[in-house]
Design a protein around this ligand. Structure first.
Ligand code: HEM
Length: 155
């Protein structure tokens, strides 16, 4: 097995664990929180449960990005960034950048405290906001996966 194939395997496994986890949080965990009583505990409980996934997401984001850049290096395909036909490469990089900033900068430094403060006065609308944010990220990620698979395999 050559380096490129290994990098592709790491890349796809990273994507499966990472985006699969985002799907679980969006489709199962967050809707399940709506039944938790009292409502004021919902955001705190969600953050406690999601914290375990956040570490997995940080690791898989790093692995996916590193293997992606390594594949570009092996292919020597940097010029694809200036070709609109490779929109899926731009989409992959944008999703990666958004999650990297969210997971490593915004969540630990800003969002965690902001959500906790907002959840004390408006628990329901805060949970709804978190749910909307996850829907946007999941939809964009799935469109990107579809575009990348079609793009790589000549679609
Ligand atoms: C900076 C981040 C990323 C870079 C540089 C990158 C780069 C690449 C490269 C070079 C390929 C192989 C292209 C080829 O064989 O011609 C690829 C494939 C792929 N990437 Fe990424 N990628 C990144 C992030 C992502 C993300 C965030 C996702 C998912 C949301 C993703 C999903 C995929 C998929 C599904 C494939 C196709 C695998 C296959 O069918 O063989 N990538 N990526």
């Amino acid at each position: 097995m050559d380096d490129f194939v290994l990098a592709r395997i790491v890349h796809v496994l990273g994507v499966v664990l990472w985006i699969g986890g985002v799907a679980f949080v969006t489709l199962v965990l967050l809707p399940g929180m709506k039944h938790l009583q009292p409502a004021s505990d919902r955001v705190a409980m969600f953050e406690r449960l999601e914290n375990g996934f956040a570490w997995q997401a940080r690791l898989t984001t790093v692995l996916t990005g590193a293997s992606g850049f390594y594949m570009l290096y092996v292919l020597d395909a940097w010029e694809r960034f200036s070709d609109p036909g490779f929109w899926w490469l731009h989409a992959m990089s944008a999703i990666w950048l958004i999650f990297t900033v969210m997971l490593f900068v915004l969540e630990p430094l800003v969002l965690h405290k902001w959500f906790a403060r907002r959840a004390r006065s408006q628990p329901d609308s805060t949970l709804a906001l978190i749910q909307r944010l996850h829907w946007v990220l999941l939809t964009a990620s799935l469109v990107t996966v579809a575009g990348a698979v079609a793009g790589v395999h000549g679609g």
